[in-house]
Design a binder for this molecule. Sequence first.
Ligand SMILES: NC(=O)c1ccc[n+]([C@@H]2O[C@H](COP(=O)([O-])OP(=O)(O)OC[C@H]3O[C@@H](n4cnc5c(N)ncnc54)[C@H](O)[C@@H]3O)[C@@H](O)[C@H]2O)c1
Length: 333
Amino acid sequence: MSGGRIPVTLITGAAGEIGQALLQRLAGGPGDPIVTVDLRPLSTAGPGDRHREHCQGDILDSALWDGLLHRYRPTLIFHLAAILSTRAESVPVLAHRVNADGAARLLAMAAEFASPDEPIRFVFPSSIAVYGLPSQEAKDAAAAVSEDEHLDPATLYGAQKLYVERLGATIARLNDGLDFRAVRLPGLISADTLPQGGTSDWAPELIHAAARREPYSCFVSQGARLPFCAMPDAVEGVLRLAFCEKASLSRTAYNLGGHSLSAAEIIARVARDFPDLDVRFQLDRGRDRIVASWPGAVDDTAARRDFGFAPEHDEETLFSRYLIPGIRRRYQG
Ligand SMILES: NC(=O)c1ccc[n+]([C@@H]2O[C@H](COP(=O)([O-])OP(=O)(O)OC[C@H]3O[C@@H](n4cnc5c(N)ncnc54)[C@H](O)[C@@H]3O)[C@@H](O)[C@H]2O)c1
């Protein structure tokens, strides 16, 4: 029973890179009020009319959930709060608590409240970190990786993401009211924000450094290759998955594709617009090894077919229409 509680969309990790973009995109449109949770305050930019309350606190704090669930009834949950890949490896116990236990706890709460009459949809951003290619040679030889291949993560972060995907799918099978959907994101590049603590951060960092006319020390090798997607395309993909009819979905976890780019290719493309670009290579062997285990390209046929994932940007317009003008505006301003 809802007991007078207000139906809301809940976003955890809303102060993060994806959370801010998602909140901005959702909060100006129609729908239930939005409640956000994060350790940090939201950025100063007004989140929009639909935003009702920001709870600044820890997803591991049960008092936070007692207070929140007393007043609100989440109908749609975007569970974004996490410790990202590079940082997770250096704080393994905390990363397990946040990425695995925190998600498990929220899934259990959702399952407890969900019923066929009052269903809850739970959307979880997973990652290409769930994949683990055994060697650089295997990575170079692999075709675009599809969802059921190479599920042998090389990192704690990847194992935690895969665990939550499987836990969510299992709990949803056991509970009619819970609808769990996961999307495996590639590396994301935003013209507006800079990431922290991710293993794919070199790409956005070097593009932003070029616009600031600062030298950049790249922590992976020139040949390091990952799929990258523009932040607005990824957010659009997450929203399409979140709002599509359940009947059109054929699986619970989907790849979102990106443009397969090496560090050397990104540098060559950025140098066309910023010829003074000054990149040195200062290898971080740990991060380079993680990148070597992640696929250079993923197959997103299922996402395109089932929920119409259709990124606006191709490899050229990612730079020419989105990143370069957006980043120039950001730093000229
Ligand atoms: N950015 C990427 O390239 C990428 C790729 C694949 C998956 N993802 C996933 O997408 C989600 C969002 O990523 P992002 O890039 O916005 O990361 P981010 O680090 O910018 O945001 C994560 C947010 O979670 C919050 N958080 C962390 N621990 C918390 C806790 N205990 N309680 C409350 N809030 C907490 C942080 O304060 C932060 O604002 C994460 O789950 C991440 O694993 C991101």
